[in-house]
Structures are given as structure tokens and as C-alpha cells.
Design a protein around this ligand. Structure first.
Ligand code: SAH
Length: 358
């Protein structure tokens, strides 16, 4: 059996692993042993508490599913590290490790590429390749934990891809990572960022996994938002805010709105006033992100003064707002940038044809 047809152990929860182990005629109790080691980032041949024969049987039917490190860029300014991983089929996936005062946080990708087409985002320049499986999302965290020998306490699903466009796999990932049998990371320490796929925000609200919902807003006017975010044509702002209110009602969590400030596009007093008006009845917080320059988009960030002025205008109207501290500026920490630059380098020397397809 080729590796692509094999079961990826990281895709399974403990019960599923127990059933799989039994199907291979191994005692079910072996599942706990195997699960613990796989979550620690070990590969099947490393599980020496299993007999050689059992490791062989397991290897014939399964792979761990841990991604392979292609490159790591370490910031010289802070502890940010950006990983490029290869998952099955040669698909490339980006992950960022960040260090905050409260500990380590990892930003994971949920898809290889993205279908949403936001105009300011580097991921939009990468053709959509495929959804990531639950284990491929989880594997990014485990691989970073192992590489740095750390314990990651916070997770943001804010890398490449739209998590609510890969709903079932992302929900299973959330179940795996929050499970007591799994990494046991509380839903409160996980943020899921979406461009606003309304029906799935409402579904997520009912899942009983109260993660922090982060909504990429970027403009409070429908016509202007549709210009930079095509998803707005399908799910306009009234529907989006209604879904956010439902999320707050069902989970008791306040929603975060991401607002990438783009000079001359969405940074005026008119924008701040409309944003404040639209958010005034919503339990929320606005995260202002000076837009990261992505070649070809033509978008520039406003100067520091204009950024602070925008934040102040919101706060004066009673909307809590913070300007996001930027980590890893020297290593292209913006969404999609590393993968894009590596692919460009690879395309230039025509060395990895699989990546060009992705
Ligand atoms: N698809 C999801 C998650 C991926 S993007 C979403 O849209 O939320 C993660 C965040 O980075 C989003 O808020 C996105 O709008 C923002 N982002 C993308 N490109 C950016 C750029 N060039 N500068 C600043 N923020 C950017």
C-alpha cells in the first residue's frame, strides 16, 4: 500500500485509534500507548514499547501523518519562527510560532491555498490545492512543539485558507485538540479567523466548542467591502453581524473583528464612524492590523500617526480597539508570504514541480 492510501494516525481520535488497532489484531489497550507517542511527534518506528512485529503491522497500514519540515525562518527581532511544512502529496503548508508574554502561540493553516480571493492577501495569489485533514492541521502544532521542545498553549487558525470553507475537518481538528485525551488545549485559548461564511458561523456557535471567533472585517460599507473581499457579495454585512450576535448569544464569548488598515482605502474618519456605529450593540473588540505589503496588490499601510488616530476614533465611541503588535516582520510573517516566496524561488530554478501545481 502506498503512503497516500494509508490511514493517518493523527486524523483519528482515541476511540477511532482503538478500533483501528483492534482491526489489526492488536489489543485495544495498545491504542493509548500509540496515541501518546504520536501526539508527542514520534513516528511509528520510534514507538519502541511496541514489538518490532506490531510496528511493522502498523507501518503497513498507517503513517503518523506528521508533516515534514521543509524550511524554518527564525526572526532575529523576536522569537517568531515561520515553518514551511510538506504534507502528503507534496502539498506545502505554512505555520508561524509566536512568543507572547502569556506563552507560545501557533498560527496554523487550514487549507493549502485559499478560494476566497481577498485582494490584499498573499494567500490569494496561491492557487487552491486542497483542504487539510484534521490531522494535518493538528500535525503543524505537534511538529513545532517537537522541533522547539516547547509546549504550545494558544492556537490561532489564521494561516493560509478559510477554516469555515473546510468546516468538517476544522471541527474535527478542534475536537482533537481540545480533547482531554489529546493536547487538551482549552477552546478559550483557540481563535478561529474567518472572512465571514455566515451559515458556518452559526453552525460553529452550536458546536459546543466556544473558541474565540475572529472576523476579518476590513470595511464597514458593503460596496467597499465587496471590492476587497468577494465573500461579502454572498454574505453582506447585515447577515454577518447577525451571525456574530448569534455567536455571542450562544457561546458567551465576545467576537474579535480584524481590521487591516490600508492607506486611502479604509482608514478615514468616515470608516471609523461607520464601524463604530455598526459595532455599537455587539460585544466585541477590534484588532487593527497595519496592512502588510504584498507585492502586486498596491496596498500600503498608513503611517503610525494615522493608525493611532483610527484606533482613538473607535475608542472615543466606546469600541475597544488595539493595534496589533507585529512579530516577525523580518521573516515575512504575513499570511501566505513565505510559501509564496519559496514557491517563487523554486519555480525560478524549476526544481519542485509538485509545488508549482499547488
Ligand atoms: N481566511 C481567514 C484566515 C486567514 S487570513 C480570514 O480571512 O480571516 C488571516 C488574517 O490576516 C485575516 O484577518 C486577513 O484578512 C489578514 N490578512 C491577510 N492578508 C493581510 C495583509 N496583507 N496584511 C494584513 N492582514 C492581512
Amino acid at each position: 500500500m502506498c503512503d497516500l492510501q494509508k490511514i493517518r494516525l493523527l486524523d483519528l481520535d482515541r476511540e477511532e485509534l482503538a478500533a483501528f488497532v483492534s482491526s489489526l489484531n492488536m489489543p485495544r489497550y495498545r491504542a493509548s500507548q500509540i496515541y501518546g507517542r504520536i501526539l508527542a511527534g514520534d513516528d511509528i518506528p520510534d514507538i519502541t514499547s511496541l514489538s518490532k512485529k506490531d510496528r511493522e503491522v502498523l507501518s503497513q497500514a498507517a503513517v503518523s501523518g506528521l508533516p515534514e519540515i521543509v524550511s524554518v525562518r527564525q526572526s532575529k527581532l523576536d522569537e517568531t519562527a515561520k515553518y514551511l511544512f510538506k504534507v502528503s502529496g507534496g502539498v506545502l503548508v505554512e505555520t508561524v510560532l509566536m512568543k507572547y508574554s502569556y506563552g507560545y502561540s501557533v498560527c496554523v493553516s487550514s487549507q493549502a491555498g485559499c478560494r476566497m480571493g481577498c485582494r490584499f492577501c498573499a494567500s490569494s495569489g496561491i492557487a487552491f490545492s486542497r483542504d487539510l485533514t484534521p490531522g494535518e492541521i493538528l500535525g503543524q502544532i505537534i511538529a513545532v512543539n517537537k522541533d522547539k521542545n516547547i509546549r504550545i498553549g494558544h492556537v490561532v487558525i489564521m494561516g493560509i485558507g478559510e477554516p469555515l470553507d473546510n468546516y468538517d475537518n476544522v471541527i474535527k481538528f478542534l475536537k482533537l485538540i481540545t480533547s482531554e485525551d489529546g493536547l487538551n488545549i482549552s477552546a478559550r485559548k483557540i481563535s478561529l479567523s474567518t472572512c465571514g461564511i455566515v451559515p458556518n458561523i452559526i453552525r460553529l456557535a452550536g458546536e459546543g466548542i466556544p473558541v474565540t471567533l475572529s472576523v476579518s472585517l476590513h470595511n464597514p460599507f458593503d460596496d467597499e467591502r465587496s471590492e476587497i473581499m468577494p465573500v461579502n457579495r454572498l454574505y453582506p454585512l447585515d447577515e454577518l453581524f447577525k451571525a456574530c450576535r448569534e455567536y455571542v448569544r450562544l457561546t458567551g464569548r465576545r467576537v474579535t473583528f480584524e481590521y487591516s488598515l490600508i492607506s486611502g482605502v479604509n482608514d478615514s474618519a468616515r470608516h471609523a464612524n461607520e464601524l463604530a456605529a455598526r459595532l455599537s450593540h455587539l460585544q466585541c473588540h477590534v484588532n487593527i492590523i497595519p496592512v502588510n505589503k504584498v507585492t502586486g496588490t498596491g496596498f500600503e499601510r498608513p503611517d503610525r500617526e494615522a493608525i493611532n488616530r483610527f484606533a482613538k476614533m473607535l475608542e472615543e465611541k466606546g469600541i475597544p480597539a488595539t493595534v496589533r503588535r507585529e512579530l516577525g516582520r523580518d521573516i515575512s510573517a504575513a499570511c501566505g508570504q513565505l510559501r509564496k516566496s519559496v514557491i517563487t524561488e523554486q519555480s525560478a530554478d524549476q526544481s519542485l514541480s509538485a509545488d508549482k501545481e499547488a
